[in-house]
Ligand binder design. Structure first.
Ligand code: BDP
Length: 716
């Protein structure tokens, strides 16, 4: 009888995914390489390793290399104490015992302090692969990159890689509250267990640091931009310090959001006026206190005078006064202020898309050296598609930081498979023409166009307590893509997707190409079933879940949908040309000319910039109304196609991964149909034209959709 059980257990073990993949290990799985030829080739080239140095960073780098090699090669790869043939040597060049006679000056001049060189060379006629650089963190990044090459089954013969991050500050922004809720978070609660800190250090903190370091992220803002002053009390700062201690070896600095009214709320002052001496002193003391606990503290992120947050304007002061006051306190320690440009005032009757530029452009050049202005990718708010923000290129004397949203607040939240690298790239590659052709957004934020010594990029995190970190497996790809692009914005969406799939799901070429095809089209599908042709901000009220183009009559116009789509019996779209709000004038002439011309404006931005009649003839020959319908229907067809491709992967990839995504895709399809039908029915009340004959008709009525309610939708 026992034998029967054993046999049963063994068959289960061999034939099914009894140890199925719950996603916790992210892209750092290090499972044994399946392809025997590749495995053999690696095993013959990697017979041992030496990692020089013993700083905390070198120790974790060593630990990672060991873990990675043993896992991927499926056997213990030994640490050596002298050079042998076919081994890896890693260490900081200037301190290395083994590399001192090797001339690497050409490669080393190319890299920054965080960069690395991976190279096949001969030392004493022995073949070795060296991983070197100028700092311990560079070595850590080099080791992670080398492991990535193995994980993706890349060729490591005659390897020669020289790599440096293009942007200096590469940060995640957590919109995490002290009560562990996450604003716009769809993957459970905050991973920061504030109540148990500083004494209880969850092992997840270290895994968080590993994952980020593996893609070069070097900073994390722990708290929500809608800030709580409490995190600046001593009681919380010691908790922050405990996290900083875990992250430090991984090259990650902590940053906090600074609530502008903190001097009143936790400092017992009567004012938070940035020009008041007591207020200035309060912040200086606070900063001193922080650096005593966290010597490498990164600095503050500030949302001021935006959506009800306090700020310098409450005291008749400017953003410059506010930012500079904090910057002065941080300056002696090398800390920075990241001051957000996401401001718009409900009392100003100006197009919301224009307000941030109007407020910030005149302040160019007035900020202290350690201030960066953090600008969202588009002028409204992380929509499925927006043109780039007109501030890029417009403030040449101020370092502008990019703010992307990794969490999918407006792109299907926790349940839609939407790969965001194409969205990020579209913005980074946009040409602002600020200094003639080729003045891309990427060159502005990496500091190269305007010669800034600091540069930065932030991604609003999608991480939570869900076992797989991001709720949706493919949310991991967006975290991954953000980090990879922050390191090198020249990487393509395609390359990044391929790396991630190979590390996370499979190295089988056919599977890789199928999943890649799904990922690469997913953002366009989403735009189509949500907000095609430049439509924007027509989602559910407050929770932003689902479609609600009918939202109107709220306490502020710019929080309604009708404000943005402006549909009426004549047509649809927001006229932002000279006959309307003239937001186009905020772009440089070459760009403004394109956006303002109905003929030249790319159709994907058409209704962002133009109000057009329902019968307007599109490039396809269809009327605008028909074209809108077809885009909505094509979006849904795209999701159906995705499901078909995914179905073909059954039994070819890990079962748990397969089923998890399969169920989410079914939700996505339901919701895509919901978006399509609700929007088409609603816009039809203005267009008064039929849905083209060949398209199936919505099953439910507009009333049905308008009466749906979601009091407990996540993320608020
Ligand atoms: C919007 C979010 C809101 C954020 C705000 C911001 O809906 O929760 O607080 O952006 O970025 O997208 O400050």
């Amino acid at each position: 009888m026992k034998k029967v059980y054993l046999f049963f257990f063994l068959t289960l073990f061999i034939n099914t995914n009894i140890f199925s993949d719950d996603g916790y290990r992210l892209w750092l799985k290090y499972d044994k390489i399946k392809d025997k030829k590749i495995l053999d080739s690696y095993t013959s080239q990697i017979k041992g390793w030496i990692v020089e140095g013993n700083s905390p960073t070198i120790l974790v780098a060593k630990e990672e290399l060991q873990k990675g090699l043993n896992g991927l090669l499926g056997k213990k790869i030994k640490e050596l104490s002298q050079i042998k043939n076919n081994i890896i040597i890693a260490g900081v060049y200037s301190q290395s015992h083994y590399l001192k006679n090797i001339n690497l000056s050409e490669s080393l001049v190319e890299i920054s302090n965080e960069g690395f060189v991976i190279k096949s060379i001969k030392i004493d006629s022995k073949n070795v692969i060296i991983i070197t650089g100028k700092s311990d963190t560079g070595i850590l990044y080099g080791i992670f990159h080398f492991l990535r090459l193995l994980q993706t089954n890349s060729n490591i013969k005659n390897i020669n890689i020289v790599s440096s991050p293009k942007i200096k500050l590469r940060l995640l922004n957590h919109w995490d509250n002290l009560n562990r809720t996450v604003e716009r978070g769809y993957a459970g609660f905050s991973i920061w267990d504030w109540h148990k800190l500083p004494d209880y250090i969850s092992p997840q903190y270290k895994d968080y640091a590993r994952a980020n370091a593996s893609i070069g992220i070097n900073g994390t803002v722990l708290t929500n931009v809608n800030a709580n002053a409490w995190v600046l009390t001593h009681q919380y700062l010691i908790k922050v310090a405990a996290l900083a201690n875990v992250f430090r070896p991984y090259g990650i600095k902590v940053y906090l959001t600074a609530r502008f009214s903190a001097p009143i709320e936790i400092g017992n002052l009567k004012t938070a006026d940035p020009l008041n001496e007591e207020v200035k002193q309060w912040w200086k003391n606070k900063v001193d206190e922080i650096y005593k606990l966290i010597p490498d503290f990164g600095g503050f992120l500030v949302k001021a005078n935006s959506e009800g947050q306090p700020g310098p304007q409450n005291y008749g002061r400017t953003h410059v006064d506010g930012a500079n006051m904090l910057a002065e306190a941080l300056e002696p320690y090398g800390g920075v202020v990241m001051w957000r440009a996401f401001v718009y005032d409900s009392n100003i009757k100006e197009d919301r898309a224009k307000q941030s530029y109007n407020e910030f452009k005149p302040l160019d050049g007035k900020f202290r050296k350690n201030v960066l202005i953090q600008v969202k990718n588009g002028p409204i708010d992380f929509q499925p598609r927006e043109p780039f923000h007109p501030l890029f290129g417009a403030m040449p004397d101020t370092p502008l930081m990019m703010e992307f949203q990794i969490t999918q607040e407006y792109l299907g939240q926790g349940t839609h498979l939407v790969y965001l690298a194409p969205l990020f790239k579209e913005c980074l590659d946009s040409d602002t023409y600020s200094k003639g052709p080729g003045s891309t957004v990427a060159k502005i934020i990496d500091g190269s166009l305007e010669n800034h010594s600091i540069s930065g990029i932030a991604g609003v995190s999608n991480i939570g307590t869900d076992r797989n970190w991001t709720g949706h497996l493919f949310g991991q790809a967006n975290w991954y893509a953000f980090g990879r692009l922050a390191w090198d914005h020249n990487l393509s969406s395609d390359e990044i997707a391929e790396e991630w799939i190979r590390m996370t799901i499979s190295n089988d070429n056919e599977i890789v190409s199928k999943i890649k095809s799904i990922m690469l089209k997913s953002r366009e599908d989403c735009v189509n079933y949500m907000t095609p042709l430049g439509l924007h901000h027509i989602m559910g009220w407050n929770h932003h879940y689902g479609p609600a183009p009918w939202i109107k009559d709220k306490h502020r116009d710019d929080w309604t949908s009708v404000y943005y789509h402006r549909a009426d019996t004549n047509g649809i779209g927001f006229d932002r040309t000279a006959t309307g709000s003239n937001a186009v004038s905020q772009y440089f002439p070459e760009v403004a000319e394109i956006f303002s011309s109905v003929e030249k404006c790319p159709e994907e931005y058409l209704l962002w910039f133009h109000h057009l009649p329902w019968d307007y003839k599109m490039k396809s020959g269809k009327t605008l109304w028909e074209e809108i319908c077809y885009h909505y229907y094509n979006g849904v067809e795209g999701v159906k196609e995705t499901i078909k491709i995914w179905d073909s992967l059954k039994n070819k990839i890990d079962n748990e991964q397969y089923n998890h995504v399969k169920m989410l895709l079914n939700i996505q399809l339901k919701e895509a149909i919901w978006w399509r039908d609700a929007c088409v029915l609603y816009f039809q009340t203005f267009s008064k034209r039929p849905i083209p004959d060949e398209l199936e008709k919505p099953e439910k009525s507009l009333d049905y959709y308008m009466n749906l309610n979601f009091p407990y939708a996540p993320g608020i």
